[in-house]
Write a new protein. Structure first.
Length: 240
């Protein structure tokens, strides 16, 4: 297969065979997940399961690979599948147009993948996914907070419980410890402190929320979110 000649030259016959046979699930197909899927498809992963319930919105265009003016209101999972098959028609692609929660995880993982990439940007679904994979011995790599950051050289790979300068990771550590999990969740994170504060959505002004506040707008660019996705995919490839 001519399109994978250069990958094979670099990684070798045995590695490319593993990649062709691997099963990877990517949960979340937005700013981080779309770039992770792109790398996995182009390197030749043979089986991809893509999970996202959302549609493209105009505000996604600044950072998400599938977001174009021509794709507004189209399902991200559908767009991702079509793009993967255009890159590698031999890839076996399955999609789940579902919201990740305790009721849908058994369906998503009816077949156990070799590795999962967590690119979810909603807190509770991310927590439930990490807990499920950990307790079912499913290998997972998770994205921590990529928004509010500007320095690509501050992006690192570590166990979630060894991260710093990431509010999302800090919150997850507390909740995961209460679930009996205190190590063993590798992630990509940024050592850089947030450069700006999140902005509350206009329609949320005046409403009262708990200690974590209500929905907010998080400033971000395709540089940092894209690098997060690429690094997640690269680590998944290393672990195959």
């Amino acid at each position: 297969m001519e399109q994978f000649v250069r990958t094979k030259l670099l990684l070798g016959e045995q590695k490319i065979k593993k990649i062709f046979e691997s099963k990877v699930t990517v949960v979340g197909l937005g700013a981080v997940g779309s770039f992770a899927v792109e790398i996995l498809a182009r390197v030749g992963v043979g089986n991809l399961t893509l999970v996202d319930f959302d549609v493209v919105q105009e505000s996604n265009i600044n950072r998400q690979l599938y977001a174009l003016h021509s794709t507004i209101n189209i399902k991200k999972a559908e767009l991702a599948k079509n793009r993967v098959l255009d890159i590698n028609p031999n890839c076996k692609v399955k999609t789940f147009d579902v919201f990740v929660n305790t009721d849908t995880l058994d369906t998503i993982f009816s077949e156990t993948p070799d590795i999962v990439i967590d690119a979810i940007d909603s807190y509770n679904p991310k927590l439930r996914l990490l807990e499920y994979c950990y307790k079912h011995n499913i290998k997972i790599i998770s994205s921590m907070g990529a928004a509010l950051k500007t320095d690509p050289f501050s992006i690192k790979y570590a166990d979630l419980f060894e991260t710093h300068h990431c509010k999302l990771a800090e919150r997850l550590r507390g909740d995961l410890r209460s679930l009996g999990i205190s190590k063993g969740i590798p992630c990509v994170f940024s050592e850089q402190s947030p450069q700006i504060k999140p902005i509350p959505l206009p329609e949320q002004e005046g409403k009262k929320y708990g200690k974590n506040g209500g929905p907010k707008i998080l400033g971000s660019t395709p540089v940092i979110t894209g690098i997060f996705g690429i690094l997640l995919a690269n680590k998944a490839i290393e672990l195959m």
